[in-house]
Design a protein around this ligand. Structure first.
Ligand code: FES
Length: 109
């Protein structure tokens, strides 16, 4: 995992197709890198409803649906869009250099 100015390389764009996601573990936090309609987004890989991983949830447009009970979150800002979850997802800043996806280490604190 390479570090550049507080950004930590965690994944590669070529490994995550549109509508798919990849879970990475960074500083004790499970982060889901999602390839959505408007690009790549990083959210905590824990549904706020029952603390179940969101990994494997269906991504349509810029939204992810929890695979467990169907809560929907907006990946662009983590906001909850549909119950049974009521709390927003934590989000993290990421950047893309070429095909490298990096997460801002400062956003993990
Ligand atoms: S754990 Fe995600 S909706 Fe229940």
């Amino acid at each position: 995992m390479a570090e550049h100015n507080n950004f930590l390389t965690v994944a590669d764009t070529t490994d995550i197709k549109l509508g798919h996601s990849q879970s990475v573990h960074l500083d004790g936090i499970d982060i889901l890198i999602c390839h959505a309609e408007d690009g790549f987004f990083a959210v905590e890989d824990i549904c706020t409803h029952s603390m179940i991983p969101l990994c494997g949830g269906k991504i349509e447009g810029n939204y992810i649906t929890c695979p467990m009970h169907g809560a929907v979150f907006d990946l662009t800002d983590g906001s909850v869009q549909s119950p049974p979850a009521f709390e927003d997802l934590r989000t993290f800043k990421l950047k893309i250099d070429g095909t490298s996806i990096s997460v801002n280490g400062d956003s993990l604190k």
